[in-house]
Design a protein around this ligand. Structure first.
Ligand code: SF4
Length: 231
């Protein structure tokens, strides 16, 4: 399997897989170098650690053909597993369902904003329309377990006007994470003329209050650090 990073910090092991089926113009991960590892190497790393939690992210984990065998082995070791995805491969999430503790799905804009999502993902309109259908299937699978919705707040697409349309699609989510665009230079490249963190922290807080009417927990991540708000 192709990995960008295999790291441990604060009781959690992060496996960051390389490669993605989208071409988001602000994405750092699809340009990062990767190295090839066997499942055994990853399992050895896990066995040599006392961390109980696993975060499988990346770029996009669901493209790795060995992902499900890896998840099965991690589950057998008793690890708490979160699997992140852009939602393009619901069949992989379905296969992972018995072995993971929860999912993290990224939502980029309201699901009815096709032209915005074309800009945000670098995909054709035809592929974007298919993606929305696949993402809805992935959301249905993920909410049957535990779901964090991961939202990179790029203000042209995610704002107080569009948030109600996003919320109407994520009923049953357990948590929303709002990430202030460009607040971590390791995550993003400039886009839409933005080259500093946006939106203002106060706008993230305003979005969080709207979300808390429908979702019990919101995590804000940005230039002011990390803040958790609960209903
Ligand atoms: S931002 Fe996420 S979905 Fe987009 S290319 Fe990067 S890893 Fe893929």
């Amino acid at each position: 399997m192709h990995l960008i990073h295999l790291t441990e910090a604060n009781g959690q092991i992060r496996v960051e897989f390389s490669g993605c089926n989208m071409k988001c113009p602000y994405c750092v991960h699809i340009h990062q170098p990767s190295t090839v590892h066997s499942i055994e190497e990853v399992i050895d790393f896990v066995k040599n650690s006392s961390a109980g939690k696993m975060y499988l992210g990346g770029a996009e984990p669901t493209l790795q053909k060995d992902l499900i065998p890896l998840i099965e082995e991690l589950h057998a070791l008793g690890k708490h597993i979160l699997l992140k995805s852009n939602g393009m491969k619901p069949e992989v999430l379905e296969a992972a369902l018995p072995f993971v503790d929860g999912f993290v799905l990224e939502i980029k804009a309201p699901l009815d904003d096709i032209s915005g999502t074309v800009e945000l993902t670098g995909m054709s309109e035809e592929r974007t329309v298919k993606y929305m259908d696949l993402l809805r299937k992935s959301l249905a699978i993920a909410t049957s377990k535990w779901l964090r919705v991961w939202i990179r707040v790029i203000p042209e697409y995610v704002n107080t006007k569009t948030m109600p349309r996003i919320l109407s699609e994520i009923k049953g989510a357990d948590e929303v994470m709002l990430y202030q665009f460009l607040s971590n230079p390791e995550f993003d490249m400039p886009f839409k003329g933005h080259d500093l963190p946006v939106p203002a922290w106060e706008e993230l807080e305003e979005l969080a209050q709207i979300i808390l009417e429908k979702v019990p927990r919101v995590m804000l991540v940005g230039d002011k650090g990390k803040v958790v708000l609960e209903k």
